[in-house]
Every structure is written in structure tokens, then in C-alpha cells.
Ligand binder design. Structure first.
Ligand code: AMP
Ligand code: TRP
Length: 335
């Protein structure tokens, strides 16, 4: 039996932060030898909220370069850009026509983002999860490694696939049902300024997140200023101390130590001792990523060749699925 297929993606909006890294990309890297992997930069998703055309193309390159910098290995993985493959938009249309509207209005992320947009909610924001379903279903993905916040979108993807197969499959599975791959540790990295809300690219405060490309002095400043509490000693999993749990988890993940080791090392520490330790560990973990990122960005030609190859490999698979879907819907098609 061949390897199972993995597909995932990140939007080229803003800088990637350590939540994106620990919740998603790190898991892609760790699992990549086991699977046949496809990682896309989802630039069609990026325009579902107001965006800046002047930076979209460079932001897309930045994310692709960060995939490589974080350790995505082209011997095991394919990197591509969503908008390079028209099948994503086409399948979205077909899936739109079988997706009940109330499935979309029920999505938590839509409701949250729609509130932020006020009067200006575009239809694309509502349709965002259908485009995501198309991303996944085009590649017959078995596993989709994401952070906790994407779980509902994965459930929707499965519901759409079941519905399509039921209505048009004539007993055949045309669209494969994917499983989410959500690791407990790091699945929900919290804001540095509020341990009860998720670290997010869209938080207006830069102090709330550490970006993968933040230089050491900025990381130092952000950890120095981050929210803590006046309780003595440090502990995991105390619901009264969300910031403490979050910061200890960051230390656990960046140091590579086990939870037990972290407890033994840190339980009697005060913040004054812990914060410099977390700072040093974070900088040490991010420095190699930043160095590799600069190397990749200095060689634009190489990055372009990676994306051109990705476009070919991914496009071939996507087009096959699209043809199957069109045929099932009754279009006359020739491959
Ligand atoms: P996005 O930035 O929305 O494109 O998200 C890209 C990936 O990062 C998705 O798999 C998200 O689930 C994951 N992610 C985003 N924010 C966080 C966070 N605060 N903690 C863990 N994972 C996250
Ligand atoms: N919606 C995802 C997010 O914001 C990004 C995404 C788009 C994605 N298409 C995908 C993730 C397909 C996994 C698979 O995080």
C-alpha cells in the first residue's frame, strides 16, 4: 500500500506567528516522511477579508519560503500556490451548489470574522469553508494537519463529501473523506496579552503574538511585557491561570522537553526567572528558521522553480478529481 496523503495550507495574510508554527507547520514537518504531502499557500482565501493587492504576491512568496525554512523537505512534500491551480475555484463552484446555506452560516469562524467586518461582509467570507473543502477533496487527502480552530471546517468538508457522493456517486466514492490531524500540545497557542484568547494574525496588538521572523530584541520585549499573574510558582492546566499554562506550554514545545521535565524544572520558579529562560529558548528555536528563510528569499529563482514544480504536480492530481466530479454531475468531459 502507498503512503497516505496529507494536505494543508496557510493563508498569506500577515506574518506567520508561533501559533501557526506550533499548531500546524511543525506537525507537517514532523510527519512528512510518513506521508505523501501537499502544502499550499491559500492565496484565494486571503482575499475573503479586505486585503492589500500591493503585498499579496510577496506575502505568498514569504509563506512558501517559510514552509521551506521550517523544514518542509521537497523529497517528501510538494509546495504550491492555490491560485495557480484553477481547479480549486472550479470545484468550489460545484460544491457550492450542493452545500446548504445554513451549514455555512453556522460556522464559528464565519460568525467571528463577520462581526469584525461589520456591514462589509463579502459572500466570499461565507464561502471560505467550501473553498477549503475543495482544497482538501481535490487531492483525495487522508489527513489534514491543522490547529484546533479548523476542526469545524474539517467536519464540514466531510459532510460535503458525503452529500456529494450520496447525490451523485451512484454507489461510488468520488470524493474521499479526510480526517483532521490535531495534536493536543500547541493546537491552541494563546495570545501573550490575554491567555483566554487565541494568538491571531488579526489581533491589533503586535505584543499579543511572536512572529516567526521577529528579531531577538523584539521577542525579548514581547515576552518581558506579556501578561502573567501574581501567584507563586508555575503550573500547567490550572483554569484560573491561563497565561501560566500557555507560557509553560511554549517552553515545553520550544525546548523539546517533556511536560514532566518542565514541571520539575519550573514549578518553583518566579516569573523573573522563567521569562528570560523562555526568551532564550524561543530565540534559539527560531534562529535557524530565520537563517534558512533569508537564504531562500535571497534566491528568488529557486523559490519560483519550487512553486512551478508544485503547480505541475498538484495540478495533475487536482484536474483528475475535477474531471471525475464533472462527469458525475453530468457534464460531458474529456480528460
Ligand atoms: P491561518 O493563520 O488562519 O491561515 O492558520 C494557519 C494554520 O495555523 C491553521 O492550521 C490554524 O489552525 C493554525 N493556527 C492559527 N492560529 C493558531 C493558534 N493560535 N494556535 C494553534 N494553531 C493555530
Ligand atoms: N482555513 C485554514 C486556516 O485558516 C487555511 C486552509 C485553507 C486550509 N485551505 C486549507 C488548511 C486546506 C488545511 C487544508 O487555517
Amino acid at each position: 500500500m502507498g503512503k497516505q496523503r496529507v494536505l494543508s495550507g496557510v493563508q498569506p495574510t500577515g506574518n506567520l506567528h508561533i501559533g501557526n508554527y506550533l499548531g500546524a507547520i511543525r506537525n507537517w514537518v514532523e510527519g512528512q516522511k510518513e506521508y505523501d504531502n501537499f502544502f499550499c499557500v491559500v492565496d484565494l482565501h486571503a482575499i475573503t477579508v479586505p486585503h492589500n493587492p500591493a503585498t499579496l504576491a510577496t506575502d505568498t512568496y514569504t509563506i512558501a519560503a517559510l514552509y521551506l525554512a521550517c523544514g518542509i523537505d521537497l523529497n517528501y512534500s510538494t509546495i504550491f500556490v492555490q491560485s495557480h491551480i484553477p481547479a480549486h475555484s472550479e470545484l468550489t463552484w460545484f460544491l457550492n451548489c450542493i452545500t446548504p446555506l445554513n451549514w455555512l452560516t453556522d460556522m464559528i469562524q464565519f460568525k467571528e470574522k463577520a462581526i469584525k467586518q461589520g456591514e462589509n461582509v463579502g459572500a466570499g467570507l461565507l464561502d471560505y469553508p467550501v473553498l477549503m473543502a475543495a482544497d482538501i477533496l481535490l487531492y483525495n487527502a487522508d489527513k489534514v494537519p491543522v490547529g484546533e480552530d479548523q476542526k469545524q471546517h474539517l467536519e464540514l468538508t466531510r459532510d460535503i463529501a458525503v452529500r456529494f457522493n450520496h447525490q451523485f456517486g451512484q454507489g461510488e466514492t468520488i470524493l474521499k473523506l479526510p480526517d483532521p490531524l490535531i495534536r493536543k500540545e500547541g493546537a491552541r497557542v494563546m495570545s501573550l496579552t490575554d491567555g483566554t484568547s487565541k494568538m491571531s494574525k488579526s489581533d491589533p496588538s503586535e505584543l499579543s503574538r511572536i512572529n516567526l521572523l521577529d528579531p531577538p530584541d523584539v521577542i525579548t520585549k514581547k515576552i518581558k511585557r506579556c501578561k502573567t499573574d501574581p501567584v507563586k510558582g508555575l503550573e500547567f492546566d490550572n483554569p484560573e491561570r491561563p497565561e501560566c499554562n500557555n507560557l509553560l506550554t511554549l517552553y515545553e514545545l520550544f525546548s523539546g522537553k517533556t511536560k514532566e521535565e518542565v514541571i520539575t524544572e519550573c514549578q518553583d520558579m518566579g516569573w523573573g526567572k522563567f521569562k528570560p529562560l523562555l526568551t532564550e529558548t524561543t530565540i534559539e528555536a527560531l534562529t535557524p528558521i530565520q537563517t534558512k528563510y533569508k537564504e531562500v528569499m535571497d534566491d528568488k529563482g529557486y523559490l519560483e522553480s519550487v512553486l512551478a514544480e508544485g503547480r505541475q504536480k498538484a495540478g495533475a492530481i487536482a484536474n483528475q478529481t475535477l474531471e471525475k466530479v464533472k462527469k458525475a454531475l453530468g457534464y460531458s468531459v474529456s480528460i
